[in-house]
Design a protein around this ligand. Structure first.
Ligand code: FAQ
Length: 311
């Protein structure tokens, strides 16, 4: 690539000028964004499944309405993000094909099961809570369409986080069985939530280039630490215990210290061997195939309208 163009591009990034779809960009920048934004979109959409498991069994009409609204929001986030990803010159069909072929990833956390109602609390509180920390940082990403999508998505995620925490709070104020259910759910979702931030910075293949191009604004470990520092006091406030015997607050640094993450588990889930990887992907493929007639009908209708305008 032309060194002059590359230097001009980096100068724009350094000056905090957003890169827009029609601007010149290095091929590596485009490819990195294609990867990250499409994976982010897939995460939002696949992320609807663990919660979808509870729509028909929500314990009250109020909780059912809230859960349905939340899941619908996640679908909407997926759509904004696919639109942002399409501005990079790849079609949505192609993105979905890469997902179905296993070439594109989605967040590892969605490959865990959600066997109890308390999991709806833990997912909102922890998974959306982790997603917000990451996405607040991505509001300042250098690619305009991605950055703007993040602004809107963050507003909705903060509602999601609070509704999850409310479920946990209610259960902790309930009977012994409910408190146990809430604690069990935290025990199962705590570590997968910490894994959402990705590998340690030293093992993160994309970080250094992504930080230089300001696609990422903060490192995996820094964001993970922010999430831990924010979440531990929330757990303590409602009487939940973080499942980590080595968790302690370091007065000098002002941060919590934790045990190390089980990275074998992380890489295993990413490689497709988590408890629900196959189930999640099979479900997505089936829903996509079942919806083929809707896409065909919409395309036929669109063509008819276009022909009408031309005559
Ligand atoms: N899961 O070099 P790095 C949500 C992969 S939305 C799976 O550090 P990078 C809303 C990574 O892709 C949550 N794969 O990568 C919701 C790469 O593989 P590749 C989704 C992971 O990109 C809530 C390899 O490992 N949020 O929750 C994960 O610089 C509730 C090396 O890693 C986003 O997607 C992982 N956790 O940093 C919905 C945020 N971590 O691509 C429903 C946007 C790493 O070379 C219910 N993404 N990998 O094959 C990001 O910020 C970044 O992509 C990171 C990873 C931070 C996830």
């Amino acid at each position: 690539e032309d060194p002059k163009k590359l230097a001009e591009f980096q100068a724009k990034i350094d000056a905090e000028i957003k890169i827009e779809p029609k601007d010149w960009m290095p091929e590596g920048y485009r490819q990195n964004l294609i990867r990250q934004i499409s994976q982010h979109a897939h995460s939002e959409v696949i992320g609807m499944q663990p919660e979808g498991n509870w729509v028909s069994r929500a314990p009250s009409l109020r909780s059912k309405k809230i859960l349905m609204a939340k899941i619908q929001d996640e679908g909407g986030h997926g759509l904004y993000l696919y639109c942002a990803a399409e501005t990079l010159g790849v079609s949505r069909d192609q993105y979905l094909q890469w997902l179905h072929e296993g070439k594109a990833k989605y967040a590892s956390v969605f490959n865990y099961p959600s066997p109890t109602w308390a999991d709806m609390g833990a997912i909102g509180w922890l998974v959306d809570g982790a997603a917000i920390v990451n996405q607040v940082s991505l509001q300042r990403t250098s690619y305009g369409p991605y950055s703007r999508a993040m602004v809107r998505i963050c507003m909705e995620e903060s509602f999601h986080q609070r509704q999850g925490y409310e479920i946990m709070d209610r259960m902790m104020n309930g009977n012994e069985a409910q408190r146990k259910m809430a604690q069990d759910s935290l025990d199962r979702w705590w570590w997968p939530s910490l894994m959402m931030f990705g590998p340690h910075d030293s093992d993160s293949a994309h970080s250094s280039q992504s930080m230089k191009w300001k696609i990422k604004r903060e490192s995996n470990d820094d964001l993970r630490q922010q999430f831990i520092d924010k979440t531990v006091p929330q757990a303590e406030l409602i009487g939940l215990k973080i499942p980590d015997p080595n968790l302690k607050f370091n007065e000098e640094t002002g941060h919590y210290e934790t045990s190390d993450i089980d990275w074998d588990e992380f890489w295993n889930v990413i490689k497709g061997n988590g408890p629900c990887n196959k189930k999640r992907l099979d479900h997505h493929k089936k829903a996509h195939n079942d919806g083929a007639w809707v896409r065909e009908a919409a395309a036929a209708y669109g063509l008819k309208q276009k022909n009408k305008l031309q005559t």
